[in-house]
Ligand binder design. Structure first.
Ligand SMILES: [Zn+2]
Length: 438
């Protein structure tokens, strides 16, 4: 199954903590945003409002007329974002409800197949469903009318089924409400990127809060701003579509081995991410030191927040490095296919192992995931090969060899290679063999 577009979310962070006065202005928006959402949930979250949800203009118009926006003094960019946000949640809630009811219909032993068929039909046809739930007369287009009459013909107790459906909806459609006020969506009109940061519209006319960012990327789409009010931090989520770009010149078949010190070694012995181990160790040491201090002084944890910020920073450094090196690898190697040994299964014992072990496994998972995504973006198949013993077999004669420090030495044929290069050569060969077998 080949898709043309990939969806992902990228994040942006503030470079320095926001001054409390600026954070207050953003927190104000978050408060109002929550209030608007709750107002929409309350008015339109119930059964009676079902006909208003699609396409939603009615809700927008009614909310405009409600005067709530003027009362709060909330800029319209936020007001309407909050409405659509809440409407999205309500629609989601409806589809969850329908899913749950479908399960109930399936599992209910008192329903005959014809009755199930009837219920499923009316749940799919929105005009039928609305009419039944609101106990109104049904006005169906001619084509639907005919199929509706057909499913009706097979049942005898329509009234009972409709009651059943209403009861189910009342039972499963939850009242929505949100207490958290730590974020808001902001459409393109509500912000501007400039000066290595972002200017965000506030409730004061013409006033924007400037937030310096750790990167200088600029986007033009609806953003979600999440606030960490106490810490003066924020996180911006940006939904991104990337088109898959296939590179016809990418034709090479490569085998890769992943390591703890260097990130990748290819079957040709080329190294990518040679400083991976350094960044990874820095993170591990930091976490270990943090854990040690935490154990010593559990009661009053001074600097726990500072610790978390430091950890986040080291993680970001490592991740930026990983991504840059994966890009460099793909651009240099131009692979048409990548073979990679399967990760060994995580054993239960791993949970209690030392911190450095768990951190390295977790970061290895990250490298793996990023490699997968980046290959997918370029339409490069990433194929896992059988990983057992891949470091022990000689890639030239298949005999069992030995590791001497970081070298692989074959006693049978005398091959001497960096251990990872030998493993990567085996990955390529196993990949080729696998491809030949299928
Ligand atoms: Zn050998």
């Amino acid at each position: 199954m080949q898709q043309d577009t990939l969806y992902k979310t990228v994040y942006q962070y503030n470079k320095t903590p926001l001054p409390p006065s600026d954070m207050e202005k953003l927190a104000e928006i978050a408060q109002d945003y929550r209030q608007v959402k709750n107002a929409v949930y309350q008015r339109y979250g119930g059964i009676q409002s079902l006909p208003k949800l699609y396409p939603g203009y009615t809700v927008q118009n009614e909310m405009t007329k409600s005067g709530l926006r003027e009362q709060m003094g909330l800029p319209s960019v936020y007001f309407y974002s909050a409405i659509f946000d809440a409407l999205g949640d309500i629609k989601c809630q409806w589809s969850h409800t329908k899913n749950r009811i479908e399960t109930c219909i399936r599992d209910n032993p008192n329903l005959t197949p014809a009755e199930r068929h009837y219920l499923r039909f009316v749940m799919k046809q929105s005009q039928c469903l609305e009419a039944i739930l609101l106990e109104r007369e049904m006005h169906l287009p001619a084509a639907w009318r005919k199929s509706y009459e057909a499913v009706r013909a097979d049942i005898t107790e329509e009234h009972r089924l409709q009651q059943y459906l209403r009861r189910q909806v009342r039972r499963h459609l939850k009242k929505m409400h949100t207490d958290t006020a730590n974020g808001f969506s902001v459409p393109v009109k509500g912000y501007r990127y400039d000066d290595h940061g972002i200017y965000i519209t506030t409730k004061e006319r013409g006033q924007r809060v400037f937030v310096p960012l750790t990167d200088s990327n600029a986007y033009s789409r609806q953003l979600y701003v999440q606030l960490d009010i106490n810490e003066g931090n924020l996180k911006i989520s940006v939904p991104i579509e990337t088109r898959i770009r296939k590179h016809p010149e990418y034709q090479n078949e490569i085998g890769l081995a992943m390591g703890m010190k260097v990130m990748f070694v290819t079957d040709q012995g080329t190294i990518y991410g040679k400083d991976y181990g350094i960044h990874q160790t820095a993170l591990t040491e930091y976490i270990r030191e943090g854990a040690r201090r935490y154990r010593q002084n559990k009661q009053n944890n001074p600097g726990r927040k500072k610790y978390l910020a430091g950890r986040q920073r080291r993680e970001a450094t490592l991740h930026n490095y990983v991504n840059a090196e994966i890009n460099r690898m793909l651009e240099t190697e131009k692979p048409g296919v990548v073979y990679l040994p399967k990760l060994p299964p995580v054993s239960g014992a791993g949970i209690n192992k030392k911190i450095n072990y768990s951190v390295s496994m977790w970061q290895k998972g990250y490298v793996r995931k990023r490699l997968e995504i980046k290959c997918r973006e370029r339409a490069i198949p990433l194929i896992e090969v059988f990983g057992k013993g891949i470091g022990k077999k000689c890639s030239r004669c298949k005999a069992d060899g030995e590791r001497q420090q970081e070298l692989f030495v074959c006693p049978a044929c005398g091959l001497t290679l960096p251990e990872k290069e030998n493993a990567a050569k085996n990955a390529l060969q196993r990949g080729n063999a696998q491809a030949g077998n299928t």
